[in-house]
Design a protein around this ligand. Structure first.
Ligand SMILES: Nc1nc2c(ncn2[C@@H]2O[C@H](COP(=O)(O)OP(=O)(O)OP(=O)(O)O)[C@@H](O)[C@H]2O)c(=O)[nH]1
Ligand SMILES: [Mg+2]
Length: 253
């Protein structure tokens, strides 16, 4: 039987996940769309073979702020639980996808949720920066954002393009698309772990995950960790004002 690996692809709606999947698969399997509608936490599987390995690519939107008024946070929590239940065996690699530009709050929250919390930082992750077709120097974005990127602990950052039907630019874009495909497959081969990192089953991490979901939806956290309670108690005993403690706890959570 061929060796199999599970790859989770996370990114907000419209950043280029489906385009990346199509590029990796070598054919149009995932719907590429311009609409701003996305379904939080829904997951779609695509299977392909590369270098004697069977890859299960999972396309998921993760959390995004645009859902704020539209999808209640309870839906997002339910979907997160369903996701954890049906993928408990975990993944060998997480690919975060973002379109070139500013690193946004929802990106940070998704990283915190998927990388730090759901997989307890045990699944290696790489970043794919999409929309770099007109970058004169490949990787310029990485150099410019080096300081910001450090904290995410990405094993690799690949800048590229999945742009299709580029009209008059097609001749220039086509080789860049091919370079992107090669670079991403190389990164997958090199950085995916031999073993799948399972989804965590610890209460502490789940409390953190649910707090992150609530944060994205502008809701206050439901859980405070034991350490945080102890910390607040010490400050209280020292006479620190309650509103100051509350603010500090909120920042640290
Ligand atoms: N300029 C540019 N546009 C791109 C690139 N890749 C994809 N797009 C465009 O970006 C839009 C969104 O791409 P998708 O691949 O559908 O994005 P997605 O992340 O799957 O979006 P959802 O399925 O809604 O979550 C489409 O209009 C694509 O044509 C790229 O490298 N450069
Ligand atoms: Mg898509």
């Amino acid at each position: 039987m061929a060796h199999s690996k599970w790859i989770l692809i996370v990114g907000s709606t419209g950043e280029g996940k489906s385009s990346l999947i199509n590029l990796l698969m070598g054919r149009e399997v995932a719907n590429v769309n311009d609409s701003a509608d996305g379904v939080t936490m829904d997951c779609q599987e695509y299977v392909t073979k590369h270098a004697e390995t069977e890859y299960h690519l999972y396309d998921t939107i993760g959390l995004h702020e645009a859902d704020g008024g539209k999808v209640p946070h309870k839906n997002a929590i339910e979907k997160l639980v369903a996701f954890a239940k049906s993928h408990s065996e975990g993944f060998n690699l997480i690919i975060f996808v973002m379109a070139k530009g500013r690193i946004r709050h929802d990106f940070e929250q998704n990283h915190l949720l998927f990388h730090d919390t759901i997989f307890c930082s045990q699944a290696p992750s790489i970043l794919y920066v999409n929309g770099c077709e007109f970058e004169k120097q490949t990787g310029k974005w990485v150099t410019e954002n080096a300081e910001r990127l450090k904290s995410f602990q990405f094993k690799d950052v690949v800048c590229g393009t999945t742009m299709k039907h580029a009209g008059e630019f097609e001749e220039r874009i086509a080789p860049k698309r091919e370079e992107t495909r090669t670079a991403i497959w190389n990164a997958i081969d090199q950085f995916s772990a031999a073993k799948r990192a399972p989804i965590t089953r610890y209460l502490k991490w789940w409390q953190k995950a649910i707090n992150i979901v609530l944060n994205v939806f502008g809701q206050p956290p439901l859980f405070q960790t034991e350490e945080m309670n102890k910390f607040a108690e010490i400050l209280r005993k020292k006479g620190v004002r309650e509103d100051v403690i509350k603010e500090l706890v909120k920042t640290l959570q």
